[in-house]
Design a protein around this ligand. Structure first.
Ligand SMILES: CCCCCCCCCCCCCCCC(=O)SCCNC(=O)CCNC(=O)[C@H](O)C(C)(C)COP(=O)(O)OP(=O)(O)OC[C@H]1O[C@@H](n2cnc3c(N)ncnc32)[C@H](O)[C@@H]1OP(=O)(O)O
Length: 225
């Protein structure tokens, strides 16, 4: 096993946190993340005068000093609690503790379907007034990957093919995915992202269970045995 695979595996952790403890953390950190996400939008769009911008910066620096007093060297990784509840809270698309995530709260069925209604604000702009194409890819990668995982056929993205059919607006959007077929360790998933005028981006993904995870329960991938 290479060093990078071993390091990656160590970030899949069973920390035995109870459901109550996970709920406490979600209640504490969820609003912090929401506030930082809103801060990103406000910092992008504010038109107040220079002294107000400088004063706001001092407040933000002071909040950072407070939070840095005790800090996980990162990244967050994926953690499972005592009941098997999974926390991918650092995930760039869906992480509860990641202010960069829109966030996506993806609903999944065990037959390999997934869907999400979400909102993209000004921080996700690419072409003027439109969603950045890379952000659409991020959303579809996550939703297609979640569909594979929900059906017990999880994997890393091997190939993601996208067709941008019409510009994706910012604002209220929808994405959905379903498993097309499973071929051994490969799960092929299709899906799309749509806006108020219909489908904007179509996607097909090949998700592959990596060698190091084969034959292991998903909650046991941190066990190097
Ligand atoms: C239990 C833990 C699970 C871990 C995770 C679960 C996460 C669940 C999260 C849910 C939602 C996340 C959604 C976002 C997911 C990302 O963002 S993942 C990040 C982006 N992807 C990557 O970084 C992947 C980097 N690449 C790799 O790690 C490795 O190349 C891969 C893709 C795991 C494949 O390597 P490998 O395990 O050595 O595969 P290998 O045994 O050589 O080939 C197996 C089969 O796949 C085919 N194949 C290999 N590479 C490719 C490819 N790139 N394209 C198409 N086919 C390929 C081979 O031809 C072979 O086919 P068959 O001969 O069986 O027909």
């Amino acid at each position: 096993m290479t060093d990078s695979i071993a390091r990656q595996q160590l970030l899949y952790v069973q920390d035995q946190a109870s459901d109550d403890e996970i709920a406490r953390q979600a209640e504490l950190y969820g609003p912090l993340t929401d506030s930082v996400r809103e801060l990103i939008e406000v910092a992008l769009l504010t038109e107040v005068d220079d002294p107000e911008v400088r004063a706001a910066l001092e407040h933000i620096e002071s909040a950072k000093r407070l939070l840095r007093q005790r800090i996980n060297p990162g990244p967050y990784g994926v953690r499972w609690g005592a009941s098997g509840q999974k926390r991918a809270w650092g995930n760039a698309a869906a992480g509860l503790r990641n202010a960069v995530a829109p966030p996506l709260i993806v609903e999944c069925d065990p037959d390999g379907r997934a869907r999400v209604d979400f909102h993209l604000g000004s921080a996700y702009e690419g072409p003027a007034g439109l969603t950045h194409g890379g952000v659409s890819a991020l959303v579809l990668d996550q939703v297609l990957g979640a569909a594979a995982e929900a059906a017990g056929a999880p994997g890393m993205t091997g190939t993601l093919t996208l067709r941008y059919r019409r510009p994706t607006p910012l604002g209220a959007l929808h994405a959905e995915a379903r498993i097309d077929r499973v071929e051994g360790v490969k799960t092929i998933v299709t899906g799309h992202l749509s806006g108020p005028d219909g489908v904007c981006v179509e996607a097909e993904g090949v998700f592959i269970l990596p060698r190091w995870a084969r034959g292991k329960d998903s909650a046991a991938v941190s066990d190097p045995a």
